[in-house]
Each structure stands twice: as structure tokens, then as C-alpha cells.
Unconditional design. Structure first.
Length: 620
């Protein structure tokens, strides 16, 4: 008995006396700055109980987790600190070890951190599905077995190098910004939380296991920085996809959280997200009613980060600033925006704008109701006392109308009826408008879809208010149903592909026509101040026709849609549009005859299923 007590005591002593071990330092480095910066460091490892830290940089507020596996402390980088290695000594009763940390040179601000605006045309790429520029990272040893092009939910080999190689193609389309789905390191194993089959992987990037690393299938952090720099060199911005609401199911924190309140609940016990987003905009709702939507685990399985824990908030804000400062990106697309407390977004956007004033954020609020979506745009305090500071949102309400109107499943006036809600937004011109994205079936796979319908949809997208976005492959009318069928490989992105649709010779006549028309539209928009920034004035709204003007002090465009299967003659009133009698207007797009404003009206003849984009000769 005495002997066993002695053994236990000895064991506890030995365990307590072990030297600390460091496995991870977050952030691993930080750009030098003109202003002093205090970071909240998170070191992961073991035996941190009672640790003290020492560095040539000032440290404070050291806090080890109860399990001794995480260590928080403040680290202050003084103004003008020289780049270099600044190791941190961690000491306990059991010994000492070093955590590495370095200050790196700050990136030159010119041509970086640019934000985005209606002057841009965004193009959404899933890196795994666009182009395979580097076969050596298709099936990396660390995550062997996740690559299989024959399986729709496996990695297919696309990467940063593939995007770099196709920058000239993107440039030729008129694209000026790329949104890439998340590039964080995801699990090196099959995702069996989604299904037991083992055939699912996190190729889509939405299952982060390391917020400070790039997934090995896409390349390295340096390769990503090369992509940003090379895109910038040809006038293309980069928008990073970030996810602050939840981690991936295999993030090591799930079984060893840095604080007891790091997640909302635990893997064993948590709420499921009930998607009751309406409760978040409801002045009559109680916090209890909102709880499952804010704190529930996405799809019942994605660990929900608790941004009300100040350590979590600090971690996420710092992580965002790190990506921006280390890579030179221009914007962020923020995933699952509504499911995070709005006061967190306030802190987060404030920190971003303080450091990078031109930077812009677009949030995902996946809903077709403008009353709901508009609530989440920043620039105004809402009833909850919070101005989120989020610049832009995706225009899901307009997408829903576009998808139906241009497949003859809804009257054309539905477009105007969605735009009629624009006064709900702080600034509807900043919304990102789109026809398709990776969470919706492709346009060409929807009921009644035709290539001509998609061409008219593009015509609307590139002439209406907002910041237009194109989903990769829609420019050639790629097909695909729901996820993951809507994420097929771009034909020609792989050396072994039967054809290469990145080049004219590899496209069908129908694909070529669509792509050429889109190129004409992006060029038209780039050359017309009215189409990018003009006030939108509805001139004629009918079941099968829609005419609107875009007007600035200097520039004018009148856009007319005939969505009927027969030719029409339209009498379009101009009162209130700013178009004066005698103005000659020429169709820059569809080839309709020139028209002259007369008696405050235009008489226009349009071919079946066609679009005219009229401009003054002086604006051409
Ligand atoms: Ca590859
Ligand atoms: Ca990985
Ligand atoms: Ca949440």
C-alpha cells in the first residue's frame, strides 16, 4: 500500500517535472510595422503548467490551459522592429524550450490590399477543380489516398500553379478579381463525419484543421503569394475565402480546446444549426430563440467557434490580419456570415479597415429575401446597436430571379421587383451579383436553360447595378446539378483531358459564342462609366421585356431585353431618365438599328430573345 502511494507520488512528480514541448506557434510570424503591435500568441504543445515566457520582445499576460497543452501570452512588436528571428523561451519547473517566432518584412502597399468595387468583374474558382498545373502535389505523402479524379468528392489535383498558368485566359475574359474557395489546410484523411463511406474529402476547403497553413494539394504559402503577385501584375485582384464560424470536424482543437469555452458545446454535446436566420433580424426575438442559429454546429457536425470568448475573437482577428499582411490579398469572402454574433463582425471589420482602409469584405447570407440579406450590410447601426461594417453581400435574391427569368420560368418583371427592394440596403451598388456559384446547380442544368438564355443572363449581370461575378466554367456554359456535380473539372485544366476549352480550338461553336459574348460584355462594362456606376432608372417593365437606363453626369446607357420568343417593337418612355430628345443611341451589343429619342420616348425593334445595349456615340 505504502509502496503504491509512493509510486503514484513519484509518477505525478515526474509528470509535473517534464520540460515543456512546443508543436505549434500561432501566429508563426508577423510583418514589421510602423506602429507597435501587441499580438496574442497561442502556443500548442504540452507541459505548459506554470510556464513563464521570455523574449527580446516584451511579453505579458501568460496563461496556460488547464491541460497544459496550450499557452497564451501577449507579445509586443515595437514600432519599426527589424525583421529577423525572435525566439521565445518557455520555462517551467521541469525545464525550458524555445518557440520560434519571426518578424518578416512588410509587403509594399502599392498594388496590394486594393478592395473591390463595381469597377471589378469577379470570377469564382474552386482551386481543386480549375486546373492542375503541378502533378507533383496531386497525391501528397502526408494525405495519400485522397486523390481520385473519378470520384466527385475526392481531390482532383487542381492547384495554384494551374491558376497562375491561366491568368492570361482570365485576363482575356475581362476578369479583374478572383475569389478562391478556402485554401486553409484541411484534413489529411477522408471525411467520415459526413458519411461513413470514406469517399468524401474536404477538397472544397471548408474544413480547416490549421488556420495558418495552406493545404498541401494546392501548393505552399509561397506559391500562393506568387499567385497573388502574378495576378496583381496583370491587373487581377485576389479575394480569399475565410471561415470564422466553424472549424473542420478534424481540427485538433475539437479534442483539446485552448480554452474551456473555445467552442459552443463540444463534439459530444452541442446544438445543431437550425438555420432560423430570421430570428437574427427580429427585434422581437429573445437570445434564446437565436441560440441554435448562432451557436449550433453547421450541418450538425462542424465545430462552432465561440467568438464571445475573447481569446477566440483575438485569434480570428489576428489570423485574418496575418493572411492579408503576409499575402497582399485585396478582399475576403466571408463564409456563413449570419451564424456569428454581429458584434464580432464589428470588431473584425474595424481591425481590418484600421490596418488596410481600402480592403473590402463580402459576406455570405444565403437567402432570397432582400429584407433579410440587407440587414447584414454594414454602414448603419441596426436595432441591435451594431453596425457590422461588412461592405458587401452576395445578391442571392437577384440570383433567384435571374435563374428563373432567363429560363422563361418567371416574368421578366421579377428582376425589377427584386431591385425595387434596393432601398433596404445601405448601398445596393456594392452587392456582388451572380448567376451561379459552387452551392447552386449550374444555370445550364436548370429547367428550360439555353445558351441564348445564359447569354441574356450575362447581359443583365454585366449591365445592372452591383459587382458582377462569374462562376468558373459558366463562360462556356458548363453543366452540373447540385453539389458536387456543379463542381466539375474545367475541361482542359488537366494535361490528360480530351479537349482544352481554355483555347478556342478546344471549344464547341456554342461555347465559343457564349464566351465571345461575355468578353464583349466585360469590355463594354469596363468602357462605360454608366454601366459600372450609373444610377439605375427603370423605363419599361413588362412580362417579357425590360428596359432600364444607367445614368451618370457624363455617361449614359439604355439596356433593353426582349425575353419573348418573337420579335417586338417597344415604345419606351424616357421621362425622368435624363435622356433628352434628339439623342442618338447606338446598340453596342445586339446589332439593333440606331434609335433617336423623340417625344421623350424611344421606339425600339428587337429580335426574339435578344438584348440591346444602347449608348450615345459620344460615350463610345
Ligand atoms: Ca496538382
Ligand atoms: Ca491537408
Ligand atoms: Ca456560430
Amino acid at each position: 500500500m505504502i509502496r503504491s502511494i509512493l509510486t503514484v507520488t513519484l509518477f505525478v512528480r515526474l509528470a509535473a517535472a517534464a520540460a515543456p514541448v512546443v508543436t505549434k506557434v500561432e501566429p508563426p510570424d508577423w510583418p514589421a510595422a510602423a506602429k507597435a503591435t501587441t499580438l496574442r500568441m497561442l502556443v500548442t504543445g504540452g507541459d505548459f503548467a506554470g510556464a513563464t515566457v521570455r523574449s527580446s520582445l516584451a511579453t505579458a499576460a501568460v496563461q496556460a490551459s488547464a491541460a497544459g497543452t496550450h499557452l497564451f501570452f501577449d507579445l509586443t512588436i515595437p514600432a519599426g522592429a527589424r525583421p529577423g528571428s525572435y525566439p521565445i523561451e518557455i520555462r517551467t519547473a521541469g525545464g525550458q524550450t524555445q518557440a520560434s517566432f519571426s518578424i518578416v518584412p512588410a509587403l509594399d502597399r502599392s498594388g496590394r490590399f486594393q478592395g473591390f468595387s463595381p469597377d471589378d468583374v469577379i470570377y469564382l474558382i474552386m482551386p481543386d477543380r480549375f486546373s492542375n498545373g503541378d502533378p507533383s502535389n496531386d497525391d501528397p505523402p502526408v494525405s495519400h489516398g485522397l486523390y481520385d479524379r473519378a470520384k466527385s468528392r475526392s481531390y482532383h489535383g487542381g492547384d495554384f500553379e494551374g491558376i497562375i498558368q491561366h491568368l492570361p485566359y482570365l485576363k482575356s475574359l475581362g476578369v479583374t478579381a478572383l475569389w478562391l474557395t478556402p485554401i486553409y489546410d484541411n484534413a489529411n484523411r477522408p471525411n467520415q463525419r459526413e458519411t461513413n463511406s470514406g469517399a468524401f474529402t474536404d477538397y472544397h476547403g471548408y474544413g480547416a484543421v490549421d488556420y495558418y497553413a495552406v493545404d498541401e494539394h494546392f501548393g505552399t504559402l509561397d506559391k500562393f503569394r506568387e499567385l497573388v503577385d502574378k495576378a496583381h501584375a496583370v491587373g487581377i485582384k485576389i479575394i480569399q475565402d475565410q471561415v470564422a464560424n466553424h472549424t473542420g470536424p478534424y481540427h485538433p482543437w475539437v479534442h483539446d480546446p485552448p480554452t474551456p469555452t473555445w467552442f459552443n458545446g463540444s463534439e459530444a454535446q452541442h446544438l445543431s444549426n437550425t438555420w432560423r436566420t430570421w430570428t437574427l433580424i427580429d427585434p422581437h426575438a429573445t437570445p434564446e430563440m437565436q441560440k441554435s442559429t448562432l451557436e449550433g454546429w453547421f450541418a450538425g457536425r462542424l465545430p462552432d467557434l465561440n467568438q464571445n470568448d475573447p481569446e477566440v475573437a483575438r485569434y480570428l482577428i489576428q489570423n485574418t490580419l496575418w493572411w492579408i499582411g503576409r499575402t497582399g490579398i485585396d478582399g475576403i469572402r466571408e463564409d456563413t456570415l449570419p451564424y456569428v454574433p454581429r458584434q464580432f463582425w464589428r470588431q473584425w471589420t474595424t481591425a481590418i479597415k484600421e490596418a488596410y482602409p481600402a480592403f473590402r469584405v463580402v459576406g455570405e447570407v444565403f437567402d432570397a429575401d432582400p429584407g433579410l440579406v440587407s440587414f447584414f450590410q454594414g454602414g448603419q447601426q441596426r436595432f441591435d446597436g451594431v453596425d457590422s461594417g461588412v461592405d458587401s453581400l452576395f445578391d442571392f435574391p437577384l440570383q433567384a430571379a435571374i435563374a428563373k427569368v432567363f429560363t422563361d420560368r418567371a416574368p421578366t418583371r421579377d428582376l425589377a421587383q427584386v431591385l425595387a427592394h434596393d432601398s433596404l440596403y445601405v448601398d445596393a451598388n456594392q452587392l456582388v451579383t451572380f448567376i451561379g456559384l459552387h452551392d447552386l446547380p449550374r444555370f445550364m442544368s436548370s429547367q428550360n436553360a439555353t445558351s441564348n438564355g445564359l447569354e441574356r443572363a450575362f447581359s443583365f449581370l454585366l449591365t445592372a447595378r452591383g459587382i458582377p461575378m462569374i462562376y468558373y466554367g459558366d463562360e462556356i456554359g458548363m453543366t452540373g446539378g447540385g453539389d458536387p456535380d456543379n463542381r466539375r473539372d474545367f475541361p482542359g485544366g488537366w494535361p490528360e483531358d480530351a479537349r482544352n476549352a481554355f483555347e478556342a480550338a478546344g471549344r464547341t461553336a456554342e461555347e465559343q459564342k457564349l464566351l465571345t459574348q461575355l468578353q464583349r460584355l466585360t469590355r463594354l462594362r469596363a468602357g462605360s462609366e454608366a454601366l459600372r456606376h450609373g444610377r439605375m432608372v427603370d423605363l419599361l417593365v413588362e412580362d417579357h421585356s425590360y428596359a432600364f437606363a444607367r445614368v451618370t453626369a457624363q455617361s449614359l446607357a439604355v439596356v433593353v431585353f426582349n425575353n419573348a420568343p418573337q420579335a417586338v417593337t417597344l415604345h419606351i418612355p424616357l421621362t425622368g431618365s435624363g435622356v433628352v430628345d434628339g439623342t442618338m443611341l447606338e446598340d453596342s451589343f445586339g446589332g439593333a438599328p440606331a434609335v433617336q429619342a423623340h417625344n421623350s420616348a424611344l421606339d425600339v425593334g428587337l429580335a426574339p430573345h435578344s438584348v440591346a445595349i444602347y449608348r450615345r456615340r459620344s460615350d463610345l
